[in-house]
Every structure is written in structure tokens, then in C-alpha cells.
Design a protein around this ligand. Sequence first.
Ligand SMILES: NC(=O)c1ccc[n+]([C@@H]2O[C@H](COP(=O)([O-])OP(=O)(O)OC[C@H]3O[C@@H](n4cnc5c(N)ncnc54)[C@H](O)[C@@H]3O)[C@@H](O)[C@H]2O)c1
Length: 700
Amino acid sequence: MTSPAVAYATRDGVALLALANPPVNALSQAVCRGIIDGLERALADPAVRALVVIGRGRGFCAGADISEFGKPRPPDAVHLRHIIAAFDRASKPLIAAIHGNALGGGLELALACHWRLAAPDARMGLPEVKIGLLAGAGGTLRLPRLIGVEPALRMMTSGEPIDGRQAAKQGLVDELAEGDLEAAALAFAGRVLAEDRALRRTRDLPAPAVAPDFFETYRAALKKSTRGFMAPFLSVACVEAGVTRSVEEATANEGATFDRQLGAPEAKALIHSFFAERKAAAIPDVPADTPTHKIGRAAVIGAGTMGGGIAMCFANAGIPVTLVDSAQDAIDRGLRTIAGNYARTVERGRLSRSEMDARLALITPAVGYGALGSPDIVIEAVFEEMPIKQQVFAELDRVCPPSTILATNTSTLDVDAIAGATRRPAQVIGTHFFSPANVMRLLEVVRGKATAKDVIATTMKLARDIRKVGVLVGVCEGFVGNRMLRGYLREADFLVEEGALPQEVDAAIAAFGFPMGPFAMADLAGLDVGWRIRKGKAATRPNHLRYSTIADRLCEQGRFGQKTGAGWYRYEKGDRTPRPDPDVEALIVATSAELGIERRPIAEAEILERCLYPLINEAARILEEGMALRASDVDVIWLNGYGFPAWRGGPMHYADTLGAKVIYDAVRRYEAVHGEPWRPAPLLERLATEGGRFADFARE
Ligand SMILES: NC(=O)c1ccc[n+]([C@@H]2O[C@H](COP(=O)([O-])OP(=O)(O)OC[C@H]3O[C@@H](n4cnc5c(N)ncnc54)[C@H](O)[C@@H]3O)[C@@H](O)[C@H]2O)c1
């Protein structure tokens, strides 16, 4: 009996087991059963002398179906581990023929074969760590036996795949197949049979030798980059067991570790983010079949920090883009920055020179709108001032064909007011990129009052095409991400006034898992940006609310952060390491004294609550107002735009793990001390009293 998910055929005494479960040949029950059935049939057939396992369609096998993780299985379910054990018992040669992806369980399947062939551009990897897991079907035992402990660990702890060429060099595959993979695999099987080669079971290969302190050293190095994320260390432990203990013990240990980790908060958080990202693409009133328009040509207005990065996004995706600025020197500067960015990527070996030239050739510089032509979308990234933006939009409305989508990269201004400067508000949308725009994955897609559904659908699709994760948000100050950031930064400043030092706040936030704390981040972004905005709003600032002046005072001293060698920290030339500065400490202590605040030691727990709970409280308001469609969208925003630790699943998932009541009670406590800014959002209050989760919140 063969299952339709795995086709069975024989050619000249060789059985072909072809995985056929589109789109990625995930290891569904039908596929697992099909492989076992095919194996048994081939082993039982005296006419069959060897087996080839191959994938139909786009690739070999992308591994387990993540949506099945953690779900109960029928008692007679076939597990990948059963297949691997059966492969190990097999008495006939087993050959894996790999093209496209062989990832996770897919690679483990191939590792359990006796030989492997691969297309040069096949991608092989164990990406389980990206969802908080580890290889659970022999990968940690077998991969090191083929390519060595360190290269194997690098693949497991980074989750990054290698291509066929590299795999051949490292010994993961035995032969590259340049042309027809199936023919090459059959020919290979023929040679194995003709030469009567002994079966090369990976599990029986000798365990590679390592230096006695290797694992300790590897763990110590890993610790520096993982910031509290534990899953990579499980791979290290299993690989260590794989080379120090018996195969049976190591296999049992790996299986038990995997099964335990499946229920761990880290894995739950990362699996949550995996699905959150996919869910973000779904917009209830803009169905998936909403027509989209092809973006074949783009234009970007403003060749500054953001405009240059946005133009690179288009060029990287192969979309020709005209980059417009109002003056030749601005354009020249912008192009120099872009060329410099690409040159650095080439230096690091991540881009070929010819690819760089091809991308640069897609960017056409222009002064003024004369050379704009007929772009399908224009993204405006000029100065953050309403009159300038409105003037630019009025002009774009005049010169662009009526079908052109006009998008603004504003971070604080009212998209509807910008749309109001045109005769096509339905064609106007916000595209809020994050700096550096060519690097950061997040794109907040801002829906205006009048934005048409096809414009939303097209822009969300564009986000994918330029390899961003688009999240739909509504028009409000700061949209979702920056609006939440305000409370976080406010409390960080207040904590410093009350007794903490910037390095203490940053250390607590970094220990939580962020790449850096608020003060190191402010120094990186430049303190002058916020200063200019605060000065602009000084006249309208409510008098009754507490306001921290320390950042302003630093700016008055010309301390703008890294770019001036001093900000909240001091920096040595050519070094981005923030170093605590006694001058800053003196300024902080003096400010506290002026305010009549008696400085006190502030515990890490208070720092975390004060910085993180305002995120959750504000997000609760955002959800109620419908400025974000769902809690998981807020998570996607903070995971991809603000460095929220991925293994904690985002602020709302984190909130749900703590429970709304814990957060609500703390918010009330801080409200009693600090007043209005800590007023609990009605949704937080409701979830706390009724016991609900943010994940289940849906607006009526
Ligand atoms: N810098 C960030 O981190 C960031 C992040 C998200 C969004 N934004 C937003 O992106 C926009 C641009 O910010 P930036 O940091 O790139 O600014 P920037 O000052 O680096 O660049 C602005 C560019 O626009 C050009 N310009 C100004 N008026 C113009 C006009 N009328 N026509 C054509 N070009 C004109 C300027 O010459 C300059 O090159 C702003 O709306 C800002 O709020 C910035």
C-alpha cells in the first residue's frame, strides 16, 4: 500500500520514494506513513536492490508541520523517529536525493540515509532553534558525525542553512548533482550496487573527537549572543551527549529533551511569533482575494536617512526606483551613503560586486519631479513637517498618473491630513519604515480614513515582495510601535531621576533579553531627534504632568549620542561601546537634588515593571481603539521593530504569560504613586477582572 503523499515506483531494481505533499513536502502523517510503507515494500521485494528518497515539487522536505506540534497524535501515528529507526535497520542501500529545502526533520530524514546527493543550490539546515526547539529525530547525533562537531553546532545554534556546494565541501552530501537529480540518484545507486559498497549508516560513524574544553568554550561564546535564550544550549548538550555517550543513550536523551522543550515557554513563545507573523497578513475587511496592483516601478522622495534605505529595499527586490530630492548635493550625499552601504556588504562577502552594480543600476537619481515618469507607488520620506509633506503630496498628485499609490513614511504626522492635500485620498497610505530601512524587517502599513482596500492589499503584498513583515495599523500619534515606546522611555527617564543610573536601567532591559536598553538605544539613534521634537511641542506640553529634563540638558551640552562621542554614555573613538560617564552621573544626581528627590536604590524588578508594563497598558488602549487588529500584531511589531526578545513572544504574549491581573495590580500600585500616566486601560482592567487573555481579544 502506498500513500498518495509518497509515490512509489521502481526503475532498474531501484525503488523511488517520492514525497509529494505540496507545497513543501512537510512530514504530515500521510507522508510519514507513506515513507514507512514504501520502505517495507521495497525491502520485501527481491527485485528491489536499493532505494532513493526524493522530493517532488519545490524541494526535498521542509520538516515537520509546525501546526501539528504539541497536538495529540493517534496512538498508531508514525513518528519521524520510527522512520529513522527503520532506516537504520534497512538492509538495502538508501540514498537521499535533495533539491530545494531539506530542513529540520527533512534533513534528519536525509541524514538517516546511507548516502546523500544534492543540487548545488539545495538548502540544508536544522532551523528548529528558531522556534525554540532542537533537532529531535537524530539530527544532533548524526550531523556532527558527518561534518564535525563545530560546523554542526553552528548550523543548529544559528538555525541558518547551508547550500549544496558547502554541504558537499563539509561532507554532509556525498555528491553534487548538477543536472537531472533523479537520473543522478539512480546512477549513483547503480554505482553503489555495482561496487557492492558497504552500507554507510551515519549513526555508526565514529564520534568526532573534540578538545576537552570544547563544549565549555562553545557555551561561553554562545552566552554572549543569546541574551537569556536557552534553546541553543539544548542542542549543545545533545551534541555533547552524542559524542560522549552511547548512541542509544544519546538518542533517548535527544528525544526526551525535544519532547520536554516542546512544552517550554520559549518554544511556545517562538511558535506564537511564527504564526503571529503569518496572521498579520490577514485583514478582516480586506479579503485575501482583493485585487492587487503590480508594483513594477517605484519612486522615493527624499534621499536622506530613510529615503536612501527605502530605495535600497526596492533595488534589493529588483524593482527599479527613482530617488528624488530637492537639491543636487542632497542626492549626491544620499547616493554616496547607499553605495557605501552596498560596498560594506560586498566587503563582508554577503553580496557579489556584480550584484551590487545591478542593484545600484536600478536606482535612478533625480532632482525635482520632472523625471518621475509613471511609478506604481511613490514613498515620501522628506522632512517631518506637515506643510512640507502636504506640498509634496499636492505636487505628486499633480504629476503622477491617477493610479499611482502615494505613500508617506511619516512617523508622527496625521496621514489623513497628508491625504487631504491630494484629490486621491483613497490612493494615499502610510508606509512606516524603521531605521535602518534596508535592514529592519518591520513595516507599519498605516490605513487612512479613506485608503482603498486594493491599495491596502497592494501595499501589504509589496511589504512581502521587499522582504518586510507588514502590519496594518491605524492613524494615531506614533501609530503602534512608537506610541507604545513613549511610556517605556518616559519611565526609563523617571527611574534615572529617582535613583537608577542609565547603565543600571540598560542592564536590566538587556538581561530581560533586548539587544540594548533605552539609553544605549537613544545614544545610537541620536538624542537630537527627540530634542527637536520636544522643543517643537514645548508650548503645548501639559503643565501638570511630570517631565524629565535630563535628556534636554545633555543635548544642551552638545551630547547627541554616539555621533558626537557622548550622550547618556561616553564613547571612545571608533568604538561603539557605551561607557558610563561620571559627568552624566553628576548631572543626574544634581537634577534629582534640584527636584527634591531623595535618590534610592532601584531593584531590577521595578525597572522591568516600570519600563515594560506601560507598553502593555498602552497596547491595551491601542487594541480597544482598533489601531491594531489583534494582540499578535502588536507582538509582530515589537519583535521586528524594537528588539523585544523573540523567545518571549512579544509584549502581549508576555503579558498573557504573566496574566492580566498581575500587570493590572502593578499598574494600580504605580498609579497610586505616579498618577495619571499609569491609569489602567479599560481593556487591561476588564481582562484582569474577568480573567481573559489579550490573545483572545476581539473588538465587538
Ligand atoms: N530617521 C528615522 O529613524 C525615521 C524612522 C521612521 C520614519 N522617519 C520619517 O522619515 C522621514 C524622513 O526622515 P529622515 O530621517 O530620512 O530625514 P532626513 O533629514 O535624513 O532626510 C530628508 C530628506 O528629504 C529631502 N527633502 C526635504 N524636503 C524635500 C522636498 N520638498 N522634496 C524632495 N526632497 C526633500 C531633504 O533634502 C533630505 O535629503 C520623516 O518623515 C521621518 O519622520 C524617520
